[in-house]
Design a protein around this ligand. Structure first.
Ligand code: WTA
Length: 658
């Protein structure tokens, strides 16, 4: 694995030492949704039969003719079927014994809360579907959504699904420019936003950002604005363009028939960072996606009818799409949504929420767990967490220490932990324990989900042996797989399916141990994973060179105890520009303004030159060695090895933070 970083090698070495295993308890196994390991063989022997059986958990308007048509890399699942995602997530439950069951439990950051039953959610979704229709949105039109974590965000997405208008949700932490870029790529017709959102007691200025974005988004005809903050948001409404959510909803009818969608019709677009500067519009379709998320949600989290399930992700990311909204609601599960920050008003907020609502299943990110570890055990210790039954993690590799802390201090030794590996592109969890079957090992995502086939390959496409590192690939199609990159099918083929013929290249490094367990090592491409958020090095570099003082920039993710990776930028300035601390701050600000606070570099280091190969390619690998303070790797391909030696000396002398 030539481009494995030294940090990955360190993780690999450390993981090879990890020998602890945790068996599911007899008590857990007895009540589990699946406790018979033959599910793996059954799915392997008959992939289509396995998914056909699962497809019975959905309601179809018209049956499908074929489970799968697969001509790598093009997949069609449940060919000929007619189905609607919102109908499956809401209407069928509202028409059942679940009518008055909580669909959403929402906790606002300031302490307000709301519960929407399936019946109530149906009414809201229908109304908003009618609002969208009244604004001219038709089947196939894209709707952009830029909102905080409120029930209305879920209502907006399901209303889109109900009328067959693909949504494109942009995380509320993205900047105006990032929003505009995504709106324009999707050519969205309507934008749904809010006057603001609460975050750590502050107002996230959603509408102000949207206003700035809307200066360069010709496709947007109307903007719907949810009032969450009120006067303090201090926003302006553009007559003719901007409309209040509540005013439109007051006029709208409660009834709206679900649009029968083809299985392969687009459900949504979600932009994610790739290895170039331009974000990719990952396209998910209807039936396979809904089924994949519902089935994995049922098996992986062992969810039961009366459970309160809480996934702490933001709906702006794929984890929120699949495991706050589509998977849980398709299963008729009560899904909890929290608007704000884990340390508001104090560091016990998550545990207070678990206690208050009796949360049974908690799904969060390793970066959050490491933060809680640092805050200390006294916070969870103050609360009753006895309702918890299953704990999940997602978003980045979890270190065994964080896994053990989660197990002891949150699960109190009783709860299986499911470390779930997947991606925006995969749509659903692909490598994971099944909590009633799998013995877990701290730091390992364990085994591919039934029907999923994964391999770890070397440079030449040969499987590597146990214990060695390689590239993680998937060799069989799965129902929730993305179907293409929006308006860029070449990129779909080139980036994911060309490295190894007919196999999906994940971009992650991994190893498999003697027991067939997978251990994820992190990205092998130029994608960083900062607090579980995907950011490309190129995006940050483009933002930096956009500043008038910057000549050239090289950005890397360096290992960070809490965030997993922190962003470090090596910057050369234009002649005559003074390298001051004030300029560092300004550059950090500049990146935050261009992309969003999530991309703000942790360190900026000014240098006269960057280490380059003889063909003028910047060697980021060596910059990572410098930022992580280790011995420099191979420098023989450098044009001038002195540059990097000097840079390393300077970096160490000026002593970067941490
Ligand atoms: C990383 C998030 C190790 C991985 C669902 C992947 C993980 C990227 C895990 C996708 C895990 C996600 N263990 N690494 N359990 N889960 N990753 O698209 O590098 O935001 O490629 O999807 O996160 O990030 P994305």
């Amino acid at each position: 694995m030539a481009d494995r970083t030294a940090a990955q090698q360190e993780r690999l070495d450390a993981l090879l030492q990890e020998k602890r295993t945790f068996q599911p308890s007899e008590e857990f196994r007895r009540q589990a949704n699946v406790s018979d390991p033959s599910i793996y063989d059954r799915a392997r022997r008959d992939l289509e039969g396995f998914w056909a059986e699962e497809a019975k958990r959905l309601d179809w308007f018209e049956p499908y003719r074929r489970v799968l048509e697969w001509q790598a890399p093009w997949a069609k699942w449940f060919v000929g079927g007619k189905i609607n995602a919102a109908y499956n997530c809401v209407d069928r439950h509202a028409a059942s014994h679940r009518r008055n069951k909580a669909a959403l439990i929402w906790e606002g950051e300031p302490g307000d809360s709301r519960v929407l039953t399936f019946g109530m959610l149906q009414r809201e979704v229908n109304r908003f579907a009618n609002v969208l229709k009244s604004l001219g949105v038709k089947k196939g039109d894209r709707v952009a959504i830029y909102m905080g974590m409120t029930p209305e965000l879920v209502v907006a997405m399901l209303a889109c699904a109900k009328i067959g208008a693909p949504h494109s949700i942009v995380f509320g932490g993205f900047s105006a420019e990032a929003l505009a870029e995504r709106i324009n790529d999707a050519a969205a017709k309507v934008l749904v936003t809010g006057d603001g959102a609460w975050r750590r007691g502050n107002i996230v200025p959603l509408k102000k950002n949207a206003d700035a974005a809307l200066e360069s988004t010709p496709s947007i005809e109307k903007v719907v604005v949810l009032e969450r903050i009120g006067k303090a948001a201090n926003i302006a409404m553009w007559p003719g363009r901007d409309l209040w959510w509540h005013e439109l909803m007051d006029q709208a009818s409660d009834h709206c028939a679900a649009e029968p969608m083809d299985s392969e019709d687009m459900l949504y677009i979600l932009y994610t960072s790739g290895t170039t500067g331009k974000p990719k519009g990952v396209v998910h379709t209807t039936a396979g996606y809904l089924l994949g998320t519902a089935a994995t949600h049922f098996y992986v989290f062992d969810v039961k009818e009366h459970d309160v399930y809480w996934c702490t992700a933001d709906i702006g990311w794929v984890t929120g799409h699949s495991y706050i909204v589509y998977g849980p609601l398709a299963n008729g599960t009560t899904s909890l949504i929290y608007e704000g920050s884990p340390d508001y008003p104090d560091r016990g907020r998550f545990w207070d929420i678990c206690d208050k609502y009796g949360v049974n299943i908690l799904y969060t990110a390793p970066t959050a767990i490491r933060t809680f570890m640092r805050w200390g055990t006294e916070w969870p210790a103050k609360h009753d967490l006895s309702a918890l039954r299953v704990l999940g993690t997602v978003g980045e590799p979890i270190n065994p220490e964080a896994w053990m802390w989660y197990h002891e201090h949150i699960g109190r030794g009783r709860c299986p932990i499911v470390d779930t590996w997947w991606q925006t592109e995969t749509g659903m969890i692909l490598i994971t324990p099944l909590p009633g079957i799998t013995a877990t090992k701290p730091g390992s995502a364990t085994r591919p989900f039934p029907g999923v086939e994964a391999e770890v390959l070397d440079e030449n496409g040969r499987p590597v042996g146990p214990g060695a590192g390689g590239y993680l690939c998937l060799t069989k199609p799965w129902p929730a797989m993305f179907r293409t990159i929006y308006r860029d099918p070449d990129r779909y083929v080139r980036q994911y399916w060309s490295r190894y013929e007919g196999k999906y290249f994940t971009g992650d490094g991994a190893k498999v141990d003697e027991d067939g367990y997978f251990w994820l090592l992190g990205r092998v491409d130029d994608v960083m994973n900062v607090s579980g958020h995907r950011i490309s090095t190129y995006e940050v570099e483009s933002a930096l060179v956009d500043h008038p003082a910057v000549a050239e920039a090289a950005v890397i993710g360096r290992a960070h105890d809490i965030k997993g990776q922190a962003i470090a930028a090596f910057v050369t300035l234009k002649d005559g520009t003074a390298a001051t601390d004030a300029l560092k701050d300004e550059l950090k600000q500049h990146v935050a303004r261009k992309i969003g606070a999530l991309a703000r570099p942790d360190d900026i280091f000014f240098t006269a030159e960057l280490p380059k190969t003889r063909s003028a390619k910047i060697m980021r690998r060596l910059l990572r060695d410098i930022a992580e303070r280790r011995v420099l790797g191979d420098t023989t391909t450098l044009a001038d090895p002195m540059v990097v030696a000097k840079l390393k000396r300077q970096y160490e002398e000026t002593g970067q933070a941490e």
